[in-house]
Ligand binder design. Structure first.
Ligand code: ADP
Ligand code: MG
Length: 566
């Protein structure tokens, strides 16, 4: 502590680069401070520090880390505590650029494994970024002193050292309940569960907070199930969607997309009070949409698209600018390749010609002239042959009635079970469409080659995330705008680090199939932790959160520089 104080006095008023001497470890009464990275100037990306509080100072109950899920939830609540304290503290540290800034990677509504605060090796480690104070471009040692000897200790005191056991216990209980719902879903073959009373709509298109005064979710009796949960007396009731083909219908503006969106986000747990904390979806469920303009590299989309004009081969289809239907076909095939068990599709974000083709169009445009086999002609084969379920929002066409195992109608935000009615209607007006009886077709076994990742820019290799939906890799951009289940910018940070890590480790040289590669990545993230993909070992790993394998695959598949062999 003295060492740091003296150093700050010495370098006060000197050139900003003098701060570099601060890198190192310092002991405070209740924690260790590790200054891992010092910014080059007051306007650059802020400095990275870690605060390590030993368990004898802040006891970490063994119960909180007894399962991976409990640990993630407990760490999440700690991260939020630190974040809230920072938001409400007024550091009053002044200067140019980012002087006096203190920040932690602030989670959104989802509970994700993240590096911001972790309980490991006998410590609570909190990763922060700080702006080292400056006057112009000179060190302001007095303000830095205030930052390290007043502001930071106070933040740690009010957060890590003040959070009650009860606050952490509550998070751990939610983890247990989440696990119990997933267990029950597996046992019963549910692919989604939406609890009665859940709030599905969000406050606005740009806010992920719950809508106030929303119509609470209420399950139709025919789909209602009750799940016994730990830490709760009454069983939790709600709507179960079973494996197979589920169709969500209803008039425009009656809440169909809102329901699907909640199902789509249900692959992640949500915090208590979110309204979706008991909306749980098969973690292997993938939202699939049209995404015209995307890169597609060597994907066999022939189950859906054959005989393109000019004899373009669709068993090894590549394009730098996919159309609506070809992009959606590629998205389906790639999701299944990565291991998706359930597909989630909304008419609002689908290519119409990919989803349906009615009998009149079939008559006018003979099948030899139409390259697309619409999704409707494959949905049953996917269920029967590949064991891949679909939840589909479709208000504009009844063509899917005959294929659906379950039809749910949204009416004024309330779901109704209308399967039998839909089946009767389908029988009354038999479709004159010509169904295609063929099987689904083959799935690709591809592998990414090492040249896929071209991270070099100038002298350095660099892959950097810019927000949730953009990664800059070397000289190319990777856009993840349409990857809707990528929900947190820190997941994108991790993907960016992972790309560089893959290239450095040479994992793409080993001829792994996409699935093997994703398995290997999952194993590493599980076994060695998220920080294991960060560029510097045993330092502040950056703001990382765990993406699913599907979002990692989505990034690889969209690389403009991808080289794929089969
Ligand atoms: P659809 O897909 O059927 O056309 P949306 O799901 O887009 O309808 O919903 C239409 C509007 O209704 C949205 O603005 C949404 O926020 C709102 N909404 C959806 N569900 C509810 C609800 N349970 N309570 C209140 N408003 C809702
Ligand atoms: Mg809609």
């Amino acid at each position: 502590m003295k060492k740091l104080k003296n150093l700050l006095q010495q370098i006060d008023g000197k050139s900003y680069k003098g701060y570099k001497q601060m890198q190192g470890r310092y002991f405070f009464p209740s924690y260790e401070l590790l200054i891992d990275y010092v910014q080059g100037d007051p306007f650059a990306a802020p400095s990275k520090i870690r605060v390590r509080i030993p368990n004898k100072t802040r006891t970490i109950d063994q119960e909180w880390t007894s399962t991976n899920k409990r640990k993630v939830f407990a760490e999440d609540v700690m991260t939020r505590k630190v974040s809230n304290v920072i938001q409400h503290s007024n550091p009053n540290v002044h200067g140019s650029g980012k002087s006096g800034l203190v920040a932690i990677d602030r989670p959104g509504q989802e509970i994700l494994e993240r590096t911001a605060a972790v309980f490991e090796n006998g410590y609570t480690t909190v990763c922060l970024t700080v702006g080292l104070p400056a006057n112009g471009r000179r060190i302001n040692g007095k303000q830095a002193d205030k930052l390290f000897f007043q502001v930071l200790p106070e933040i740690i005191q009010k957060s890590v050292l003040s959070i009650t056991d009860k606050e952490i216990d509550e998070a751990v209980k939610l983890a247990d309940q989440h696990e119990a719902i997933l267990d029950k879903m597996k046992e019963e073959g549910f692919i989604s569960f939406i609890a009665d009373g859940a709030t599905l709509p969000r406050a606005s298109g740009v806010s992920d907070q719950p809508m106030k005064n929303a119509v609470a979710f209420q399950s139709p009796e025919a789909n209602r199930v009750a799940i016994k949960l730990p830490h709760r007396e009454e069983p939790l009731t709600g709507m179960a969607i079973r494996k197979g083909i589920a169709l969500i219908v209803g008039g425009g503006y009656h809440g169909k997309s809102t329901l699907l969106k909640a199902i789509e986000r249900g692959v992640y747990p949500h915090i208590s009070g979110d309204g979706r904390e008991y909306v749980v979806t098969d973690p292997q469920a993938v939202k699939v949409r049209a995404e015209d303009g995307r890169q597609v590299t060597n994907v066999d989309i022939s189950p859906f698209i054959k005989n393109l004009p000019h004899g373009v081969d669709t068993t090894q289809f590549s394009t730098e600018n996919a159309s609506g239907s070809t992009s959606q076909a590629a998205n389906v095939i790639e999701a299944i390749e990565a291991g998706a068990q359930t597909l989630l599709i909304d008419e609002d974000t689908s290519a119409t010609n990919f989803m349906i083709r009615d009998e009149r169009m079939q008559e006018l445009v003979v099948s030899e002239k139409e390259p697309i086999t619409p999704f409707i002609d494959k949905i049953t084969q996917m269920r029967n042959e590949l064991d891949v379920s679909t939840i589909l929002v479709m208000g504009g066409s009844g063509d899917y009635f005959h294929a659906a195992d379950e039809v749910i109608m949204m009416d004024q935000y309330v779901p109704y079970h209308v399967t039998e009615q839909a089946k009767q209607i389908a029988a009354k007006y038999p479709s004159k469409r010509q169904p295609l009886e063929e099987s689904f077709g083959t799935l690709p076994v591809r592998s990414f080659e090492s040249q896929s990742i071209q991270a070099r820019k100038g002298k350095k290799e660099k892959v950097q995330a810019k927000g949730r939906t953009l990664i800059l890799m070397g000289r190319t951009e990777l856009s993840l705008d349409a990857v809707e289940q990528l929900v947190d910018p820190s997941q994108t940070n991790l993907i960016a680090d992972l790309l560089l890590h893959l290239s450095k480790r040479g994992w793409l040289d080993q001829n792994h199939s996409v699935k093997e590669l994703l398995d290997k990545i999952d194993q590493q993230l599980e076994g060695e932790g998220l920080a294991s993909v960060a560029p510097f070992k045993d330092q502040h790993p950056g703001e990382l959160a765990r993406p699913r394998r599907f979002e990692i695959a989505a990034a690889l598949n969209r690389l403009r520089t991808a080289k794929v062999s089969d």
